[in-house]
Design a protein around this ligand. Structure first.
Ligand code: BMA
Length: 304
């Protein structure tokens, strides 16, 4: 049998609500980055109100995580819920882009930290009806770049790119990748983990959704963006790289979901991909970066 392109860790799930020292109902959709000698995980948890907060867990090896005693980020002021953080290391700081729900809809907020102890809530960087913002770890011609996913009544929910001189004001927005009809990602797509630099381009792990008679299935796929012009997609893999298969991915708070907000590239050419299983637990798997790049180049579907 052909081995899976993403090799699931044998002891998944790696973090569940049982290991969180304050009351939560789920642990999912986490960003993971390396900071000093640790892997830092910022995970989303539902409370019994149905709203979400963001917790922090640490690990020496990327597989065994221990939670901090208190949540890391909770809704501020009139916010209802903070969700699905993505973390990018840039210019000596960690940028945390996360969804904020309020009476005005869902927007993306940006916070900054250098140590994962103090956190500076920097700005709201979108208008309403945006989710899934990932910031590139480098600037392009002096501008910051991000992938995002506006919600729209008249177009399928697609991946866009925007640029900013200061991380606060964003523009030059353009649609760069769409769902493909009658394909595993046909209903909607969204950026997942912040892009990883490879010799062949920026590797982006995204999620795609397919509607079935039994609800939606969330899977993960890969796309490769031009190194110097990230608005140009070099290739998008025709096939998914991960789908719900383990029991804790098939059944939980929302069934049939694998959803990523973070991946860590290692010096040996592998990448640890982290995903929420069924919006309930955190899982990890490993892949060879070269296999993911090859999938984008050799088995491509149209980007839009
Ligand atoms: C999306 C977001 C994600 C979630 C997914 C599956 O719309 O809400 O946070 O993981 O649905 O429920």
């Amino acid at each position: 049998m052909k081995p899976d392109i993403v090799r699931r860790y044998a002891h998944n799930p790696i973090l569940t609500k049982a290991e969180v020292p304050y009351p939560v109902e789920t642990v999912h959709n986490a960003a993971v980055v390396r900071h000093e000698n640790e892997y830092i995980m910022l995970f989303r948890s539902h409370l019994r109100t149905g709203r979400s907060i963001i917790g922090l867990a640490r690990s020496p090896d990327g597989f065994h995580f221990t939670c901090d005693p208190e949540p890391f980020l909770t809704p501020a002021g009139t916010e209802f819920s903070v969700e699905d953080p993505r973390v990018t290391f840039l210019e000596g700081e960690y940028l945390i882009a996360y969804s904020v729900y309020s009476a005005d809809g869902v927007q993306i907020a940006l916070a900054k930290t250098s140590n994962f102890r103090q956190v500076d809530r920097f700005a709201l960087i979108t208008e309403a009806d945006y989710r899934n913002v990932v910031i590139f770890p480098e600037k392009f011609d002096g501008l910051y770049a991000r992938l995002d996913r506006p919600h729209s009544e008249i177009a399928p929910w697609s991946v866009w790119i925007s640029y900013s001189p200061d991380l606060r004001f964003w523009g030059e927005s353009q649609l760069i990748m769409r769902p493909v009809p009658y394909h595993w990602d046909e209903m909607k797509i969204g950026p997942g983990a912040p892009p990883i630099k490879t010799e062949q381009g920026w590797l982006s792990i995204y999620h795609g959704v397919f509607r079935t008679m039994d609800g939606s299935v969330y899977r993960l796929g890969v796309a490769l963006h031009d190194l110097r012009n990230p608005a140009r997609i070099v290739g998008v893999s025709d096939s998914w790289i991960l789908q719900p298969e383990d029991p804790w991915e098939i059944s939980g708070y929302v069934h049939n979901v694998v959803f990523t907000c973070g991946a860590v590239a290692e010096s040996d050419g592998t990448v640890k991909i982290y995903w929420g299983g069924a919006d309930t637990v955190m899982c990890v798997g490993e892949a060879n970066i070269s296999d993911l790049v090859a999938l984008c180049l050799d088995h491509a579907r149209p980007a839009k």
